[in-house]
Design a protein around this ligand. Structure first.
Ligand SMILES: Cc1ncc(C[n+]2csc(CCOP(=O)(O)OP(=O)(O)O)c2C)c(N)n1
Ligand SMILES: [Mg+2]
Length: 287
């Protein structure tokens, strides 16, 4: 099997690092958001937007563009960082995340030209992806639809209804990327890092399913390239990742506060002295 060349891998890794940095900067400026959810998916999203997807950055609504659905919509700052990286958003705009007169809300909305469907209510993005893929097919357009889901989100029954429909319709232009960081909002998921279990489930639903290390850029690129070549069935790329990847003191941490800038520890945040130190370190080290 051909492996992606080193220059490509390194440049995508650099992109992923910038996406993480801007996700952190934006959520820090906003005083709210989910930077650790952005960080786990940053390598997947970098490989997707800057290698696998076919789209015109100057015409995000062009019908022949590949589509992207951020089913785990709370990772919106990651998507905004992508569009800053392609030059459609300024870094100043990123830093106005969630302010009253900004279109960069905590979850993506179609007011933004590069968002087709509002997400944030978990469990719905794959259904939207099925609709987009069916629409592209009926329009005779050779566009792919890529959907990024969280692993906690996979517990939503609606995901599996969509998976069933996608296989029934042989939607080979639909790809689901599952960010298996083993954590939901405040604790572990049912399947943890058991990526083989997700693979078996997708396969049972009639998908072609592959597992990758979601932080090994070479593996990610290879899986996305193979997904592009898939015929007759949708593809699931199940990526083992680490929540908060690349953020010291935050990686794989449970029960983190979602509001990194808040100096007083809110009632809902962890109360232990160790957890409070983590919050403080996080506040002080974020750029
Ligand atoms: C239907 C629904 N229920 C609950 C929430 C609140 N919520 C926001 S993020 C989150 C955790 C999601 O975990 P996961 O899918 O694993 O994504 P991760 O942040 O780990 O990437 C939850 C439960 C939501 N957005 N939608
Ligand atoms: Mg998760």
């Amino acid at each position: 099997m051909k492996t992606p060349d080193d220059a490509l891998v390194h440049s995508l890794e650099d992109v992923a690092t910038r996406l993480r940095i801007w996700s952190i900067r934006a959520t820090t400026a906003a005083g709210s958001g989910h930077p650790s959810s952005a960080a786990s998916a940053a390598d997947l999203v970098a490989a997707l937007f800057f290698h696998a997807m076919r789209f015109d950055p100057d015409d995000p609504r062009a019908p022949h563009n590949d589509r992207f659905v951020l089913s785990k919509g709370h990772a919106a700052p990651l998507l905004y960082a992508v569009w800053a990286e392609v030059g459609r958003l300024s870094h100043d705009e990123l830093l106005r995340l969630r302010t009253i007169d900004s279109d960069l809300e905590g979850h993506p909305t179609p007011r933004l030209p590069f968002v087709d469907v509002a997400t944030g209510s978990l469990g719905q993005g794959l259904s939207a992806g099925v609709g987009l893929a069916l629409g592209a097919r009926s329009d005779g357009v050779d566009a792919r639809t890529w959907v990024l889901l969280g692993d906690g989100e996979m517990a939503e029954g609606s995901v599996w209804e969509a998976a069933q429909m996608a296989a029934h319709e042989r939607l080979d232009h639909l790809v689901a990327l599952v960010d298996v960081n083993r954590l939901g909002q405040s604790g572990p998921t049912v399947l943890g890092w058991n990526v083989a279990a997700y693979q078996r489930r997708f396969t049972a639903f009639g998908w072609r399913a592959v597992t990758v290390d979601g932080h090994d850029m070479g593996q990610v690129v290879g899986a996305l390239e193979r997904a592009r070549r898939m015929r007759q069935a949708p593809t699931a790329v199940i990526a083992r990742t680490v929540k908060g990847r690349g953020i010291e003191g935050i990686e794989d941490a449970e029960s983190l506060p979602r509001h990194p800038r808040r100096r007083r520890v809110p009632r809902s945040a962890p109360r232990s002295p160790r957890a409070r130190r983590t919050v403080t370190r996080w506040c002080e080290s974020a750029p």
